[in-house]
Structure formats: structure tokens, C-alpha cells
Design a protein around this ligand. Sequence first.
Ligand code: FRU
Length: 499
Amino acid sequence: MSIQSQTAYSIERANRYIAENKGSVNPLYRNHYHASPPVGWMNDPNGFVQFQGAYHLFYQFHPYDAKWGPMHWGHMKSTDLIHWEDLPVALAPDQAYDRSGCFSGSAIERDGKLYLLYTGVTEANEEGVHHQVQCLAVSEDGLHFEKVQQNPVIPVAALPADASQIDFRDPKVFEHEGMYYTVVASKAGDETGQILLYQSADLVEWEFASVFLKGNKQQGVMWECPDFFRLDGKDCLIFSPMQWPQDGDDYQNLNASVLAVGEVDWATKQFHPESYQELDHGLDYYAPQSLEDDKGRRICIGWMQMWGRNFPTDELGHGWTGSMTIPRELKWEDGKLKQYPIGIVANSDNQGEISPVLTMADAKETIPGIAGDCGLLTLKVDTSELEKLSIHLRENENERTVVSFDKAKNELSIDRSASGIELKGEEAHPPVSRKVALSGKSDYLELAIYLDSSSVEVFEKNGEAVMTTNVYPTETATGISFECSGKAVFEEATFTPFI
Ligand code: FRU
């Protein structure tokens, strides 16, 4: 990404541009139940928070182009986490300390006000260098935000000696025992990623607390978008490392999203990781951020895209790029992370005609009533005599996206090599397929697959394995068919359309 210094950005200008241009966006690949920008470019979820009874989602936003550019904060809200309502732009890069971009950050409520803690990318100094600093904005109504006088509230002077002043971003604020803390991504002097911790009593005055976690040379070059929370008795740190090296089937995308589970020693304020795992095994998932809602749910949402790729909606001149995943509830159960999708719920009225059960043996078939390109497909298949089952999604005469289960390898895979528009990436291999080994053997394969205009999200066994991938069929592609070797006994199959 290239940093551009501009002077004329303001919220009013952005809102006017959006109002005038959102009607000309091409809807072909626009998702129906995934958060997307009204026009222009979207990346990371920011400031995901519940405020005055609604879920608010802010995001990295360049309204004026379907490409990344001077970053604003877009804003939308929802009461059900499925239908999103666009709100006025929350932040524009209009101050010396953020003129080159209002980068990612987070939100927190204090005394009935909503605070946004975000990264300002400064104007270039005499040497042409843009620093990254942390800034605060506040709102009474959750709609209009004012940047505080004290900005930047965490200047580069508050960095430890060997940390980069250029890679210092994405504060995620949280409360712990009456104190505010923020984790912030930083690059250490030895070109590794690290997470810094700062503390504050009032969100305005911050002091450096610790190097919360430092990476090593095998763990990527910079860690972006940290998030810290406690989940079912475990301390969890999520971060998005750039170029974390591939490890077998894991970490195959240019950048990854990682969950480290461990323990914080609050005396030293350091995080001691016990394990690392990739959060999503698909091709398009990055920079997730979470909140805890008033029902006690830890809900996580990610950017459903990957850096270093071509973006078809931009290339085709459709006027927009970028979408979020559906929100997922995170739980730590039976020693494992589980991700439960929050979205359309399976509706048994739409059950395909499979009663009592439908058996396929060495065949390629469709199931009556099971078809569509926007909705939820659920399957429960007895696999005791199965070798391989391939589910063809978004299928037409020439194109399909294939989700396969290999019983002997106990492996799930997704393949978009024949999905439609070709997607290229900066990875050493073309970003067209991924696999994941399933944990635990079972004679049942249970899948929930969320299809939208340009996305496929596969949840296995209530989210023990998740694969998120974008697809761009070139013609109408509503077919779903099943191909198996051995015997697949479908005990359940439903397709619940969203529209
Ligand atoms: C992650 C990221 C963040 C940064 C933002 C800029 O995708 O690179 O580190 O704040 O995007 O848009």
C-alpha cells in the first residue's frame, strides 16, 4: 500500500460522494447478508462494539475508489448481525497526525460515550517519513465523532527504543480490573512482529506497560490487528501476521490470522502463549476483530479478502470491493476453539426430499429442493461406508466450487480453480485450493455452508474447522450437486435461501 498525503478529505465530502455514487455500484457480486461498503473499498473491521442497543461495525474505508487509498472509517450498525444499515462516515484523515490515513483500531464505551482508538498515519516529516501514532475520537450519539485535543494520545515517543515508528498500529482497547489497556501491533528492530501493551485510567493519558508478546523469525515480519480477550477461562490473543511461513496445509495465504492461547502474567504484563493456530483454513480471511456482547457472547468478524490478490469487482469497474465474513461466536470447548456461525438459521420447511434417508453410491446426483446461490446449506451425512464426497456449489455448465471430504485422510478441502474469474496472489502457489485435517474421527460429516453472491463459508461440526473463500462465477451459477465414491447416506440436507 502506498501512503498518500492529501489535504482535502473531510467527512462531509465523503458522505456527499457516497450519496451521489452508491446508486451506480454494480450489484452482481455484492453479497446480500455480509457487511459491504455502499461504494468504494473496504478492508479491516474496526471498532466492533455494542452501543445503545445496536451492534456497531466500523471499517477501513476508501469511499472514492474500489482500491485501497486514504483511509476513512466507514460505519454501519445492526441489531441482528445479519442486516446492516449504513451510517455516515465516522472518521476522515483531516488532521496533521492522521492526514495520511485513519488506520485500524477499536471502540469502547465509557460513561455513556463511545470512544474510538485508532491509528493516525501522520503527514510526512522533513525526511518524507510517515509515522504511525494512536489517536482518540469520542461521540455522545454514536454517530458523530470528535477527535480529542490531546491527539496523538500515544505518540511515537511512547515506543520502546528498538520499535519501528513506521509500523505501529491497530490498537484494540479493553478493560481489566478497573484499568484500560490497549494491545498495539509493532515491528521490532530485528524485523519481527510484536504486540505492545499500553495502559490508561481515562483513555486519554496512556503509558507504555510492556512488550506483551514478541515473535521470532519464523513467525512473520509484522503482526497486524491484535485482539486480546478471555474466553472460557483462557487468555486469547488474536493477531494477523504478515508472511507467517507455510506449515504443511496451514498458513498458505500471504498473511494469516492466528489465535494464540496462553496465560497473561499480570505482574509482568506479559502474555505466555501455549499454542498457536490458524483461525480459518480458507483463502480469504484476515484482520478479525471481536467484541463481547450483552449476552456474554464473544463474536468475531473478519475481512473476507486477502492482501496481494486481484480484486475482480475493482477490475470490472463495479465500483466497490470488500466484504466482511458472517459474524462467528467463539467458544473454547473440549480443549478446542469452536466457531459458531451467526447468520441465517436452517429452516426445516426448506428440507430437501430426503426422508427417511437418501443414499448415494458411486454417483453424481442432485437432491430435489437443494439448490441456490444465496443461503445456507446444511448436511448431515453418514460416512461409515464412504470414500470421498464432493459437493459442487455455485455450479453451472462450466463452473463450480468444490468442497470435498476424504474419509481415509479425514480431510476437508475447498477448490475454486473452476469457480469463475481467476484469482491470483503473491503466494508461491496459485491461491485456488486449501485443505484442513479434521480433529477427531466420526462416522458423520456435518456441514453448514453459507453461500452469498461471491463467497462460500464452510463450517464443519459447528465450526471446529472453518474455510472462507471468495468465488466469482461468470454466469448464473445456482446448481448444487453431490459426487461420491463409496456410499454417502444423507440423513439431513436443507437449503435455506436468504432472499
Ligand atoms: C491490515 C492493515 C492494518 C492497517 C490497515 C490499513 O489489513 O494493514 O494493519 O491498519 O490495514 O488499511
